[in-house]
Design a protein around this ligand. Structure first.
Ligand code: NAD
Length: 260
């Protein structure tokens, strides 16, 4: 039961972030949503979550490219909902290209959104969590926070950075009843991956089905996508009191990918 707790989840208008927001709200926690998208669609999602779960759901439009807006999102949660118990640094983007052709702007954006926003939000949340005497920080890294694939230099660098940042923060707040962990999912079928499937099909001149089996799930021994429910299961453990000793770790949920 998360009644009385407040979660701030970056990139929660879609995919994994939205699923984690539902996991919190359906257990009674209040949520600050964030992310890009059509404003009326976002408002529909916000209102639906609020009404169906009977919790308070707010939306903050912080652009994860901008550190001051990221910090503002955390302050907004404290101001609007009174607390910040759970911070989920989830927003992320991908770009797939050989390193020698990798566009500078894509590199900068991926580092800013996938890595630096995690720093800005965490820096803003820790004083609030310390004052409350408890906190949970969960960073959505990736299997690519632990191993590499070709053509994803910025993403792999950023996600390895997230895992390193997670460890450092965990050490700094270990005595404050705050934990900081990373979840490292394998492939989850979200809009982020669906667009990669389409891009790869075009680039390789093969069907989307073939991309799924031969390219996407090639690395994933189960040959199954990871589901957002499976990620929610670990997430709910990490934010619970039972998760108190899980700290500074990178948890793989990848169908065996990184065991290879
Ligand atoms: P998604 O595209 O469905 O969701 C990404 C979210 O981030 C969206 O809400 C989007 O609006 C938001 N976002 C993007 N740029 C933003 C910006 N500048 N400011 C604010 N919000 C922004 O993708 P997803 O698959 O749900 O990815 C969520 C996280 O999980 C990412 O960090 C991703 O790297 C990670 N991840 C995904 C997979 C997968 O297979 N889908 C695997 C491992 C890790």
């Amino acid at each position: 039961d998360l009644k009385g707790q407040v979660a701030v989840i970056s990139g929660s208008t879609s995919g994994i972030g939205l699923a984690l927001a539902r996991a919190v709200a359906s257990r009674g926690g209040d949520v600050v949503l964030n992310g890009l998208g059509d404003p009326s669609e976002i408002e529909r999602t916000r209102a639906e979550l609020e009404a169906s779960c009977g919790v308070r759901v707010r939306y903050h439009a912080a652009d994860m490219l901008k550190g001051d807006e990221v910090a503002d999102m955390v302050a907004f949660a404290k101001h609007q909902l009174g607390r910040v118990d759970i911070l989920v640094n989830n927003a992320g983007i991908q770009h797939v290209e050989a390193v020698e052709k990798f566009p500078s702007d894509k590199w900068e954006q991926i580092i800013a959104i996938n890595l630096s926003s995690t720093f800005y939000a965490t820096r803003a949340a820790i004083p609030i969590m310390k004052a409350q005497g408890r906190g949970r920080i969960v960073n959505i890294a990736s299997a690519h926070g632990l191993v590499a694939s070709p053509f994803k230099s910025a993403y792999v660098a950023a996600k390895h950075g997230v895992v390193g940042f997670t460890k450092t923060v965990a050490l700094e707040v270990a005595r404050d009843n705050i934990t900081c962990n990373a979840i490292c999912p394998g492939y989850v079928e979200t809009p982020l991956v669906q667009s990669q499937i389409a891009d790869q099909a075009r680039a390789r001149g093969i069907s989307k089905e073939k991309v799924i089996t031969d390219v996407i799930l090639e690395a994933q021994p189960t040959k199954q996508f990871v589901t957002t429910d499976q990620l929610s299961g670990l997430f709910l453990y990490l934010i619970s009191d039972l998760g108190a000793s899980a700290n500074g770790a990178a948890f793989s949920i990848d169908g065996g990918w990184t065991a290879q």
